[in-house]
Design a protein around this ligand. Sequence first.
Ligand SMILES: [Zn+2]
Length: 91
Amino acid sequence: MILLELIKNKMKTKCPYCNYVATEHETLNYFAKPKELDISFCINCGEISKFKNKKLIKESLESLDDATKKEINKIRIAWLKTRSIQSVSKQ
Ligand SMILES: [Zn+2]
């Protein structure tokens, strides 16, 4: 019952910066369900948070290791490109 498992794993998190509620998750290691201390990237405001005690808390980029910083930067660049394409197509 893979589908059922996916539904069961769906959880809501709220971005501590912009209060965006996310129900779909893509963590840096591509697991749908965030684990303790996973880093989360907000697709609404582009800020990063850490998953702790079943909720997202603010996390500063400076506290992360270099590999994670690089990963975040790549995601941010892709995210910014997507945002600019979307804003152009809305005009
Ligand atoms: Zn946000």
